[in-house]
Design a protein around this ligand. Structure first.
Ligand code: ASP
Ligand code: MG
Length: 319
């Protein structure tokens, strides 16, 4: 069976309709491939967490309202997306991760916001998304399982912009994937990793794309689908320019160079792990799952140069 990595950005897991579209997309993919899902925090949640840390830093003020804001967001999403049983099971994860957030934010408030505490707070969004998406997939009869990437993605200790140690991470990802129960659909937290001392780190804003690229490269995936709120890539920002034209294909190495310059609306290193591999990347819209989206093709595959976009930038709106 081919292996497909499906990454869902913040808007794709940030509203009930998007979540239910995402679940259908995964169910369809799982019928024809082995699937690994990578998820972001629900849109806006990472910002909320960052603001909470900044607002509380050493002030001694009450962390409770900040925790409640995040808990309410996920509780509302879960109540809209899950059955009563699914909701009851999800509430366990919600309780664990919001309690952890409360401890971190109280420490931030009582003492000060170290970079390590800040990352521990920022990681909570993805840690709440993965069990939510896994619970939703379980309701479509998939054998889904949330996976915390802190177990698998080894980084240095540059909190907030951590670099991944591929020599440690790739074998860990491969061993983990080999050991999965056949048929299981893992739902991996994007954006986060941990140091060799087990301290949680984050990979930089938009880092779930980077996680997806690493997972796809380590596992030799046939396809990485990046599901977002824009139908593929455009030759200008489609939100600002109504004449922006879709870019149906782009060479992966060219796309990686554009991403590094911040011109594809994704993490600058997201595509680096895939350059030189045979993995094909497709950028698609959760809101328009039947639209063709854009293909980023390995250098060896025959992406027609006429279709490719160089040197002009391509745009995708931020996930
Ligand atoms: N949730 C993180 C952020 O908003 C990572 C991501 O969305 O990829 O930056
Ligand atoms: Mg995000």
């Amino acid at each position: 069976m081919p292996l497909h990595v499906l990454k869902f950005g913040g808007t794709s897991v940030g509203a009930p309709t998007a979540l239910s579209n995402a679940a259908q997309i995964v169910a369809r993919a799982a019928a024809e491939a082995q699937v690994v899902v990578v998820v972001s925090a629900a849109s806006g949640v990472t910002d909320t967490l960052a603001h909470a840390v900044a607002a509380l830093d050493g002030t001694g003020s009450d962390a409770g309202p900040h925790v409640a804001r995040v808990r309410d967001r996920y509780a509302r999403l879960a109540a809209a997306a899950l059955s009563r049983d699914g909701l009851r099971r999800y509430e366990v994860a919600l309780g664990i991760h919001t309690a952890a957030l409360g401890r971190v934010l109280r420490e931030v408030s009582g003492e000060c916001a170290t970079f390590a505490l800040r990352d521990a707070a920022l990681a909570v969004g993805e840690r709440l998304s993965a069990p939510l998406v896994a619970a939703l997939l379980s309701e479509t009869k998939l054998d889904a399982q949330p996976v915390d990437a802190a177990r698998l993605v080894r980084t240095d200790d540059r909190h907030g912009v951590a670099s991944v140690d591929a020599l440690a991470t790739y074998p860990a990802l491969r061993a983990w994937h080999r050991a999965l129960r056949p048929g299981v659909v893992p739902v991996v937290t994007g954006y986060l990793g941990s140091t060799d001392r087990g301290t949680v780190t984050t990979l930089g804003r938009g880092g779930s794309d980077y996680t997806a690229g690493l997972v796809a490269a380590a596992l030799g995936a046939d396809l990485l689908e990046r599901w977002t709120d824009t139908d593929g890539l455009y030759d200008d920002d489609p939100n600002l320019n109504p004449d922006a034209a879709p870019v149906p294909t782009l060479r992966l190495d060219e796309a990686a160079a554009l991403a590094r310059q911040g011109r594809l609306g994704m993490h600058p290193r997201a595509l680096d792990p895939l350059v030189g591999t045979a993995t094909r990347v497709r950028v698609r819209s959760t809101a328009a799952p039947d639209a063709p989206g854009s293909w980023l093709l390995p250098t060896s595959a025959d992406a027609s140069p006429a279709d490719s976009l160089t040197p002009e930038p391509a745009h995708a709106s931020t996930p």
